[in-house]
Structures are given as structure tokens and as C-alpha cells.
Design a protein around this ligand. Structure first.
Ligand code: PA5
Length: 437
């Protein structure tokens, strides 16, 4: 498939017999596609792109149009899989300085992804006196962080703009039937969208969880979905290449994968990727630890560690073909900064040389290097990338021998937090935890 995400393992697999994993990878893919593996009740994402129909897209676009027309800000409330996908795509597609520029439509802001009191205070301060809307997203409908944020902003909006405006400009994305948010939305008469039962949070960016905020931000959800459909149909070769390479490296002692980008707008894409792979693979005391860096920025902080630290890492560079704009480095007669040797070149040319130089240096330092190329950062290629990473995650997780679709480990901190907060029903745990303090 041309014009698509490609995985290049030229500098990744030297000295490894990665081909020995071909059969295991094909078996894992077959397990995934036949729905015969662990977590098979969470495979709704597998054929999601091609199942999104015109009616769904139109409904999302209409809801987005109401929010875009009526609001200066839209606060998207959610955490984990109910946050990172939308954040990643909106950041990737936005002007880097959108926050400081006036533009068409509302600014999409995020809350409920932390419990930072000052964060919430500052956001409330920002939207006070301005018309704002809320998209509240929670599959379970009971997650503490978004629930606190929603309570605060709902109350604020109702007081500020009245119940009628709030009802029109609050949209809930949640389970079809269960959970506190579903009940609240029904009672208050909010517009709602459903997160399908068989799609887990970190695989949900192509459901209304991601599509609605992305549409509100003014981006083309049709092109995003079309890109994902392309990968669903034709992406298996790349999926297998990535799953095989990372498992071959892991089996050879490379326990940490660093996703590196040279494109500042991809910072949150890496945050989304970390959740996808971390929550899917970190089980049974196994799994590649997913980390990320933004280059060249982090070459001046983490570069030393990657070049010379413990040799347990491999690097996956997410490389972008074309930039959206061209900036040429000017000639300077005095040349006091000594930069005339690159005068007339565009900035991205320098960045590409930094990318290649970095990859070769890291390979020489004992850090195998995988390359994932995307032709440009736009809706189509981001759609491809999302689906590519999701499917490779499923295949890779099965190759590792874990259930890639559950996340039992994330409950541990919640139990302690509820015990410490003395939540009703947690009395025994409260007593036990207090005895440890
Ligand atoms: O991937 C996951 O399942 C999690 O990260 C959830 O998305 C996250 O915990 C938020 O859950 P919920 O949407 O139920 O509020």
C-alpha cells in the first residue's frame, strides 16, 4: 500500500532471528481476528472503522456544530482512554499556538484527567463569564477524576448560563445502560453518545469518545475514519512487521521501547501510545515498558542516557514526511553564528538530518532502531496510525502471552484511595490501611 504508514526495521534486527517469530505473529493475528483469544469480548475496535456509517458521522457533526456555534470553550472531561485519543489528535492537527490566537470555533480544553486543584481553579477562572459547553466522557460512568470535574463545571455552567443553555451544551459519552453518568444524563436530558460494550477505553478513539471532541475542534472526522479504514483493509503487513520486531527485541533483552518523534505536534500521540501499549501489555510481570521522547528537545536531556546508559532499550522513531509549512533559513552576510552553510535550506531539512544522525548514533551505541514513517500529519494518516498501533498492540500482546484487553492492575490505587477517603462501603479497607500508616 503506497501513501501509508510503513515500518522499517533496517537498523533494528541485526543479529536477531526475527523470522523465527513469523509463525507466532501469524498465529497471534489469527487468534485476534477469529476472536478466540483472551479478552475476546473487547474486540469491537477491530472492525470499527469500516462499520462507522454516514448516519453516525452526520449525528456527530451536527452535535459538534451546535457546540461550535454556541460556545467559546468546550471542556472535554475524561481520563485515560476517555481523554488521550482526542487530546492526541487535536494536538497533532492544531496550530501550535492556537491557545494564543483567535480562530474559528471554540477552543477545546481538557479536564478530569488529573486531580489538580490549581488546574481546576485556573480552568474555572478562564471560562468564568464565557459561554462554554461540556463533553463528559466516561465508559464506566463512575471514574473519580472526571466525576469531580463534571460536578464542578456543571454547577458553574448552570449558574452562569442557566439550566436551559447547560442542557443544550452538555453532551455525555458513556455506556448504553449502566453507570452514574448514564443515569444523570437521562435525568437531565442531555444529548448522549454510546461507547460500545466491546470497545475498551484505550481502543475507543474512533468512537464518539474521540470523534466528537475532534469534530468540535473543527477537524475532519471523515478523513480520520477513512484513514483507519485503509489500515483495517491493507495494513496487516506493517502490523506484523512491528509486532515481530518489538517481540524479537524484547526476547533479546530490550525491555524498554522509546517512541521518539522529531515533530512537536506528536507529543500527545506518544502519550496515547504509552497508554495503549502500557495498559495492554504490562501484565503478569511481563511487558515492554513504553516510554517516549520529543526530539531534538530531549536529545539535550535524555540523549545521554539513550546513547550511553544501560543497554535495555530500543527506539522507535515516528518519522513524518512533509511539514505543513516551509521556513527557509536566511543568509546572513556577517555569518557571525556560522550558519551560512545551511542558508537557503528549509528548517525541516536540518531536522531530517538530525533524525538520521540520531538514529545512526543510537544504533552505534547499542540501541536498535525501528522506523515508522507517516507521509504527513493530517487526518488521513493519523487515522491510519491509530488503527495500525491498535492492531499491532493486539497481535503483540497475544505474542507476549497476555490478555491485551483488560487492565486489572489499575484498580489497586483506587482501592487505597477510596479507603483513605473513607468512601462508604470501604470500612474494612480503611481500617487496614490506617493500620499501615
Ligand atoms: O483504557 C481504559 O480502559 C482506561 O484507561 C479508562 O479509559 C479510564 O480509566 C477511564 O475510564 P472511564 O471511561 O470508565 O471513566
Amino acid at each position: 500500500m503506497n501513501n501509508s504508514i510503513q515500518v522499517i526495521s533496517k537498523y533494528a534486527l541485526e543479529g536477531l532471528n526475527a523470522q523465527s517469530l513469523n509463525e507466532a505473529a501469524l498465529a497471534a493475528k489469527q487468534t485476534l481476528e477469529s476472536g478466540s483469544g483472551l479478552g475476546n469480548d473487547f474486540l469491537g475496535w477491530l472492525h470499527l472503522p469500516s462499520s462507522i456509517d454516514e448516519q453516525q458521522l452526520q449525528a456527530l457533526e451536527q452535535t459538534a456544530a451546535i457546540l461550535r456555534q454556541e460556545c467559546e470553550y468546550v471542556i472535554t472531561i475524561g481520563i485515560g482512554g476517555s481523554y488521550l485519543g482526542a487530546k492526541a489528535i487535536i494536538e497533532a492537527l492544531s496550530d501550535h499556538f492556537a491557545a494564543y490566537k483567535s480562530g474559528n470555533g471554540p477552543k477545546v480544553l481538557f479536564a478530569g484527567n488529573n486531580i489538580g486543584e490549581d488546574y481546576l481553579y485556573d480552568l474555572m477562572d478562564l471560562v468564568r463569564g464565557h459561554k462554554f459547553g461540556i463533553i463528559v466522557i466516561s465508559k464506566s460512568g463512575t471514574t473519580t477524576e472526571p466525576a469531580i470535574a463534571f460536578r464542578l463545571f456543571k454547577e458553574m455552567l448552570e449558574k452562569q448560563e442557566g439550566k436551559e443553555f447547560a442542557q443544550r451544551n452538555i453532551v455525555a459519552v458513556t455506556d448504553a445502560r449502566r453507570g452514574a453518568l448514564r443515569n444523570l444524563a437521562t435525568q437531565e436530558g442531555y444529548a448522549t453518545y454510546v461507547i460500545p460494550d466491546n470497545v475498551g477505553g484505550r481502543f475507543s478513539v474512533l468512537t464518539p469518545v474521540g470523534l466528537l471532541p475532534i469534530a468540535v475542534a473543527g477537524f475532519d472526522i471523515r478523513a480520520l475514519v477513512a484513514g483507519a479504514v485503509e489500515m483495517e483493509k491493507d495494513g496487516d503487513e506493517q502490523v506484523l512487521n512491528y509486532a515481530i520486531a518489538r517481540n524479537a527485541l524484547y526476547n533479546n533483552g530490550k525491555k524498554i521501547e522509546i517512541l521518539a518523534n522529531f515533530t512537536p505536534r506528536l507529543h500527545f500521540l506518544a502519550e496515547w501510545w504509552k497508554q495503549l501499549y502500557g495498559e495492554s501489555e504490562g501484565k503478569g510481570h511481563k511487558g515492554i515498558f513504553p516510554a517516549s521522547v520529543d526530539f531534538t528537545t530531549d536529545l539535550h536531556s535524555m540523549g545521554q542516557m539513550i546513547q550511553d546508559g544501560e543497554r535495555t532499550i530500543f527506539e522507535t522513531v515516528l518519522s513524518v514526511g512533509d511539514q505543513q509549512h516551509e521556513v527557509i533559513i536566511p543568509t546572513d552576510e556577517a555569518d557571525l553564528d556560522g550558519l551560512n552553510y545551511i542558508a537557503g535550506k528549509n528548517v525541516d531539512y536540518v531536522n531530517k538530518m538530525a533524525e538520521l544522525g540520531t538514529r545512526l548514533a543510537h544504533v552505534d551505541g547499542g540501541v536498535p532502531n525501528l522506523l515508522i514513517t507517516m507521509p504527513a500529519v493530517n487526518e488521513r494518516y493519523l487515522g491510519q496510525l491509530i488503527y495500525f498501533f491498535e492492531k499491532a498492540c493486539g497481535v503483540s500482546g497475544y505474542m507476549l502471552g497476555v490478555n491485551p484487553f483488560d487492565q486489572p492492575g489499575v484498580e489497586a490505587y483506587k482501592k487505597n484511595m477510596f479507603a483513605l477517603l473513607e468512601k462508604p462501603g470501604h470500612e474494612e479497607a480503611t481500617a487496614a490501611i490506617k493500620a499501615r500508616l
